[in-house]
Ligand binder design. Structure first.
Ligand SMILES: NC(=O)c1ccc[n+]([C@@H]2O[C@H](COP(=O)([O-])OP(=O)(O)OC[C@H]3O[C@@H](n4cnc5c(N)ncnc54)[C@H](O)[C@@H]3O)[C@@H](O)[C@H]2O)c1
Length: 268
């Protein structure tokens, strides 16, 4: 949907995990509102396709490879992005993975490290590198991180993922406190259920059909009265909230976690 408001004209926005799912929706939204968007992802093929989709429809975008488990790769990303579009105005730390549905008692060290390396460590150092670029250029920028519904209301089945997301909410707040004197705002968006590839491992594990887990979860949640808005979330729902928090419309908002989850309240 083309946006008539253009809040990000000539702004440089870097989005991790923008090759697919929610991140792609966020990239399309910023580009629609006039932003110059860096699609930062480890999936080259899909990342280049998103950048092409944006440029072919008249927007400005570039794909840059990043693997968030590699600290040098994060620094390279910021350097290359600055070469292409200049100082960073807005950073969206969106990339994340969810592995198995292992219970908190069954998670092994390898899985814990894989989830934390990307969701928590990778996200933190990406935000820190973007903040440094903003401070070096005296940019009164904005950073948006990606939490999750399960950071505040988790089941016993997603121990590593849920706690990695809870950590993000707290580092969002601590970073916001450090960066406030420089005029940089930091907020978190916590999505509920959005049907994306993130559920593919769970689908395999539960022997469910591809793309069926999110719908199943939504049905369960509606039936048990835990989801107030009776549908699955979309990447556009999340993108709208990210764009709001990144924009001057949210000039007096920092250190917050905004739930975008249809009013979900899981108590199981
Ligand atoms: N989909 C949901 O229901 C949901 C709910 C709550 C929170 N979230 C969060 O939203 C964010 C986006 O999730 P999604 O559902 O769009 O997932 P997705 O799997 O569709 O997309 C994730 C993207 O991140 C990229 N990525 C993964 N690891 C990376 C790495 N090491 N370096 C660079 N890029 C990497 C992938 O290539 C992919 O393009 C995640 O942080 C996720 O935890 C999703």
């Amino acid at each position: 949907m083309e946006q008539s408001i253009k809040r990000f004209l000539n702004k440089h926005i870097i989005i991790t995990g923008a090759a697919a799912g929610i991140g792609k929706g966020v990239a399309l939204r910023f580009a629609d509102e006039g932003g110059r968007v860096v699609i930062a992802d480890r999936n080259r093929e899909c990342g280049e396709a998103v950048a092409k989709q944006i440029t072919e429809s008249g927007g400005k975008a570039a794909y840059i490879f990043v693997d968030l488990v590699d600290h040098n790769s994060i620094n390279e990303l910021i350097k290359k992005a600055a070469d292409v579009f200049g100082p960073v105005d807005i950073a969206v730390s969106n990339a994340g993975i969810a592995e198995s549905q292992s219970s908190a008692l069954d998670i092994n060290v390898e899985e814990w490290d894989r989830v934390y390396d990307i969701n928590t460590r990778g996200s933190f150092f990406f935000c820190k590198a973007c903040a440094q670029n903003m401070m070096d250029n005296d940019t009164k920028g904005s950073i948006v991180t990606m939490g999750s519904l399960v950071a505040r209301s988790a089941k016993g089945m997603s121990g590593a993922y849920a706690s990695s997301k809870a950590a993000i909410i707290m580092f969002t707040k601590t970073l916001a406190k450090c960066l406030a004197p420089m005029g940089i705002r930091v907020n978190c968006v916590s999505p509920g259920i959005v049907a994306t590839e993130i559920y593919s491992n769970v689908e395999k594990e539960m022997m469910m059909e591809k793309d069926s887990f999110a719908d199943w979860l939504v049905e369960q949640s509606i039936a048990s009265g835990q989801l107030l808005i009776s549908r699955c979330g979309t990447s556009g729902d999340i993108a709208g909230a990210v764009a709001f928090l990144a924009s001057d419309d949210a000039a007096y908002i920092t250190a917050q976690n905004l739930s975008v989850d249809g009013g979900m309240d899981w108590c199981w």
